[in-house]
Ligand binder design. Sequence first.
Ligand SMILES: NC(=O)c1ccc[n+]([C@@H]2O[C@H](COP(=O)([O-])OP(=O)(O)OC[C@H]3O[C@@H](n4cnc5c(N)ncnc54)[C@H](OP(=O)(O)O)[C@@H]3O)[C@@H](O)[C@H]2O)c1
Length: 332
Amino acid sequence: MEALPQDPTVAAEHRCRAVVATGYGGPEVLAVVAIDRPTPGPGQVLVEVHAASANPYDHKVYSGAFGSDPNALPLRLGSEVAGVVAEVGEPPTGFAVGDPVIAHPVRGGYACHVLAEAANVFALPGTLPVEQAAGLLLTGTTAAHLLAAVGGGGDVGVGDTVLVHGAAGGVGSMATQLAVVRGARVIGTASPARQDAVRALGGEPVAYGRGETTLAERVRALAPDGVDAALDTVGTDEAIDTSLDLVADRRRIATIAAFGRAPALGIHLLGHGPGADPGTALRAAARADLVALAAAGRLAVTVDRVLPLEEVAAAHAHLASGHARGKVILRP
Ligand SMILES: NC(=O)c1ccc[n+]([C@@H]2O[C@H](COP(=O)([O-])OP(=O)(O)OC[C@H]3O[C@@H](n4cnc5c(N)ncnc54)[C@H](OP(=O)(O)O)[C@@H]3O)[C@@H](O)[C@H]2O)c1
């Protein structure tokens, strides 16, 4: 096992395992290394990670999509975890050692311990399994941002028919459920294998891809009175063109994936990238409500598989298929 530089004076119990990307590329650049367990500073909490969520975003980081500076290597990965508080910084943070918590965003969550700012730490409700908790907030906050963006100053709600592209995916399943909770009707695209999952979330599934009819024709057949808003988590031309075809008001179309096309189209582009709205404050403000909804059983996180940290490359190869059946969780 390759190791990062270590302080030889650090006791063995303060050592920790972490995933790093040793270069830019595919999952083969991922390695588990030994690191020194970090110490929380003022306002920080050290979380003992029991579950870390693997997200497509993490792959983009080491793929080079956001830049490939060799000086930034090795890269630590993972922005959302759940576990227990292992140590608290001074002054007191409101958390105590042993508290079950969710933390997002964090840097380097694919590890046995990770530092988190106390403002990014939430009590883990007893009703929420740790693997589901780890996968809640990145997708949930992105979905909340999508819904707010197309709400026209308010929010999606009763009387709205919403088309969600990728409705069984990580972000799409959150967007579907949040729109349903708000009283909207949701039509969600999914592969044949995932259509039952869309139904279980409260949406009406429709197949994507070319067949005897187009996606727009299939959606029109389900919603002859029209579609009020469209949320794209997929980024294909089919998703964007269908949204433009069906939704009259472009301010009610948002994408988190079509970075190439969105700027010229006058639709919302959300996230981190040129011309996109990161929605930092909105996403941060959404987290407590998401935890409360999940705790109350009104927001489900579907977990596809839980893999040991050492199988991070397999976890990412599965994610890269684009058809995971829910969240992929790493267990340190
Ligand atoms: N901009 C942001 O702020 C932001 C935030 C989070 C994620 N993202 C990005 O958003 C995308 C989705 O993330 P995720 O976590 O939801 O991924 P995910 O869990 O892997 O879900 C991917 C979804 O895409 C669907 N899909 C795959 N190929 C498709 C196609 N040709 N046509 C229609 N649907 C297709 C899959 O449906 P089936 O399984 O039914 O085929 C699945 O529902 C990723 O690119 C991610 O990087 C952006």
